[in-house]
Design a protein around this ligand. Sequence first.
Ligand SMILES: *[C@@H]1O[C@H](CO)[C@@H](O)[C@H](O)[C@H]1NC(C)=O
Ligand SMILES: *[C@@H]1O[C@H](CO)[C@@H](O)[C@H](O)[C@H]1NC(C)=O
Ligand SMILES: *[C@@H]1O[C@H](CO)[C@@H](O)[C@H](O)[C@H]1NC(C)=O
Length: 267
Amino acid sequence: MRASLDINGLLLLLCGVNLADTLGYKPVIIVHGLFDGPKQFLMMSRLIQEAHPGTNVSVIDLYDNMASLTPLWVQVQGFKKTLYPIMQEAEHGVHLICFSQGGLICRGLLSTLPDHNVQSFISLSSPQAGQYGVGQKWSICNFWNDPHQRERFLKSSNYLALLNGERPHREMTEWRKNFLRINKLVLIGGPDDGVITPWESSQFGFYDFNETIVEMRNQEWYVRDSFGLKTLHARGDLALYVLSGVKHSYWHSNETVFRGCIEEWLT
Ligand SMILES: *[C@@H]1O[C@H](CO)[C@@H](O)[C@H](O)[C@H]1NC(C)=O
Ligand SMILES: *[C@@H]1O[C@H](CO)[C@@H](O)[C@H](O)[C@H]1NC(C)=O
Ligand SMILES: *[C@@H]1O[C@H](CO)[C@@H](O)[C@H](O)[C@H]1NC(C)=O
């Protein structure tokens, strides 16, 4: 028994890379969230390796922990430098799993990288429509959204309002085209998250002035299709998952979440 396990392990080691090639598992790149780093993604890397042996998983070791407060456009540039070579080496493209704040960094990246080859963009409990209720500081200002201060959001947000096309700018068409190069957008989140506020932001929903949730399809930028979300949806390339019982810092280590919402998009 022991011997056969060892042989399997050895075969996996020897054949891992080729096996991944043969089975067509694309490299997976993981972008962490606020106040965390690669350490928090060991479990997720293991789950990916178990499901798809030989997959080359890179958890990007950049802007970890306190450094994750760096303004998001600066982080986008940094992540770009690290991710781009990985993409270039991946003939059939890569998959991107981005957690929490990382999901916004990934959107910035996908919008501004004209020749990216990201196939699945998995947004794991990420405040895609903004975050309300956390101190307005540092990187967080870049996606802070206050339904009572629309004017201020539109004027001061030089990140999310630009990505959403809520603040019109010259590159909108270009950014939309770049973003639409992805094959699949997978949105995962849920009501017991405890950090993302409102949690519906993980599904592109957000509060109106009266703090009533306006769901994705009624958001102005969706209706106007200003960054391609409506097109992705119409193409059948948007997968939405709402799961209860998962607190914010457990999304990436929860096996049920991985098996049910992530695994199938990593082939
Ligand atoms: C995994 O990907 C990285 C980044 O492209 C590369 O440097 C490394 O050699 C790859 N590892 C294997 C085992 O293929
Ligand atoms: C918000 O509440 C105010 C006051 O109750 C009401 O007049 C207004 O119609 C509401 N707006 C929306 C968008 O529901
Ligand atoms: C894992 O996810 C399942 C399904 O959403 C949930 O019921 C369970 O509570 C989660 N466990 C943890 C530790 O997050």
